[in-house]
Ligand binder design. Structure first.
Ligand SMILES: [Fe+2]
Length: 205
């Protein structure tokens, strides 16, 4: 009698790792999974995940703009800006994770790779080279402005659609963090004298 051939994965059991595997996607980008116990209908989750992906791409770009600025900053304010830019980078990185995981929990797919982010973001691409501090700060503030505007629109739409979780994330986390960072960043663009007051009055004898 002929020996029965083993079937399925058991036929290939050995200690060798299976390298270089590829297979069709199991979920297409821009779709949401059907059945979730969230009491949010599929069209709502589709619209929210699309808008959240835009916010995600812009937040990832701002995060990276802070790291670029952290590395490339120069001049008398180097040390304080070097530290501030990295603090903001870390806070933006936390927002990236929170936004991406909200997209996933809504049944969608979070944008992830740099080339996809570059195609999607609304933030102007900076040059590879080094720029002066006022230009670095201005680019960061322009990016904050785009994200802040977007957050308010997303928050309103989320309320209208009954997606309270997305509204809370957009306002409590993304908007509040960006408002605060915009303040810290913009104060560095106020033209203040460092040593001598602009209009000195003669002290009385
Ligand atoms: Fe560093």
């Amino acid at each position: 009698m002929q020996k029965k051939k083993p079937t399925g994965n058991h036929s290939r059991l050995d200690s060798q790792p299976r390298l270089h595997q590829r297979a069709p996607e199991i979920q297409e980008y821009g779709t949401v999974t059907h059945a979730l116990p969230l009491e949010l209908e599929e069209p709502v989750r589709l619209e929210m995940t699309e808008q959240l992906n835009q916010l995600l791409a812009d937040t990832m770009t701002l995060r990276d703009l802070y790291k670029k600025s952290h590395w490339q900053v120069a001049g008398p304010t180097f040390y304080q800006l070097h530290l501030l830019f990295d603090k903001h980078f870390n806070e933006q990185a936390e927002l990236v994770d929170a936004i991406a995981e909200r997209i996933q929990l809504l049944g969608g797919l979070a944008i992830a790779m740099a080339h996809d982010v570059a195609e999607t973001t609304q933030i102007e691409r900076p040059p590879k080279g080094r720029e002066e501090v006022p230009v670095q700060l201005s680019r960061l503030l322009d990016a904050h402005q785009i994200i802040i505007r977007q957050c308010r629109e997303l928050a309103k739409r989320a309320v209208a659609l009954g997606d309270d979780g997305t509204n809370d994330l957009a306002v409590s986390d993304v908007l509040r963090t960006n408002e605060l960072q915009a303040w810290f960043t913009s104060e560095h663009l106020v033209n203040m004298p460092l040593v001598e007051a602009a209009e000195t009055s003669v002290a009385a004898d």
